[in-house]
Design a protein around this ligand. Structure first.
Ligand code: FES
Length: 176
C-alpha cells in the first residue's frame, strides 16, 4: 500500500503548483493524515516551494484545518450564521453534555473529537453537523443521541470484524 506521503505526492501532481490550489492540497493532506502535523506542513512547503509561514498562515485562517490529532470520528458542529439561527448552538451544547467534552476535546477512548466550526458551505441544510466526511443536515438536538449511537455501532462492528477468527492473519490458528 502506498505510503501516505506517496499519496500526497500524487495529490500535488494532480493540483500542480498552480496558485490557488494550496487549500485543496491542504484539504487532501488533512484527509490523508487526519490532521496537519508540523512534518506534513514542512513537507508541503518544500514540495510546493512556498514559505512555511505562508502555509501556516492559511492553515490557521481556515477553521476547517486542524493541526492537532483528533479522535477517530471528528464531530464538527457548524456555528456559522445560517446554522446558528436554526439552533446549532443548542445542538453543540447537547454534544458537549453527551460526550462530556469542551470544544476541541477528544474522548478518553479516542473515538470522538468535538469541534465547533464556521460555515461549511452547506447552509441550505442548516443546521449542519459533519462527522468526518459525513454531512448530517437539519439536525435537531434530539438527533444527537442517534448520531452518536450510529458511530458507536459502526465502531463495534469494526471491532467484531477484526476479532473474527481468520480476519487477521496473526489471529489464524497455527497449521496442523
Ligand atoms: S452556516 Fe452552517 S453550513 Fe453555512
Amino acid at each position: 500500500m502506498p505510503d501516505k506521503y506517496d499519496r500526497l505526492d500524487k495529490v500535488i501532481k494532480v493540483y500542480g503548483r498552480r496558485p490557488g490550489q494550496l487549500i485543496r492540497i491542504l484539504h487532501q493532506a488533512q484527509g490523508l493524515f487526519g490532521y496537519l502535523s508540523p512534518e506534513a506542513l514542512a513537507y508541503l512547503a518544500a514540495k510546493l516551494n512556498i514559505p512555511l509561514a505562508e502555509i501556516a498562515g492559511v492553515v490557521s485562517f481556515y477553521s476547517l484545518f486542524t493541526t492537532e490529532p483528533g479522535g477517530k470520528y471528528t464531530i464538527s458542529v457548524c456555528l456559522g450564521t445560517a446554522c446558528y439561527v436554526r439552533g446549532s448552538q443548542e445542538i453543540f451544547q447537547v454534544f458537549k453534555e453527551e460526550l462530556g467534552l469542551d470544544d476541541d476535546d477528544t474522548t478518553s477512548d479516542g473515538l470522538f473529537t468535538l469541534r465547533s466550526t464556521r460555515c461549511m458551505g452547506a447552509c441550505g441544510l442548516a443546521p449542519v453537523v459533519a462527522v468526518n466526511d459525513d454531512i448530517h443536515g437539519q439536525v435537531k438536538p434530539g438527533d444527537v443521541d442517534n448520531i452518536l449511537t450510529q458511530y458507536r455501532a459502526k465502531e463495534s462492528a469494526d471491532d467484531r470484524e477484526y476479532e473474527r477468527p481468520g480476519a487477521c492473519p496473526a489471529a489464524a490458528p497455527p497449521p496442523h
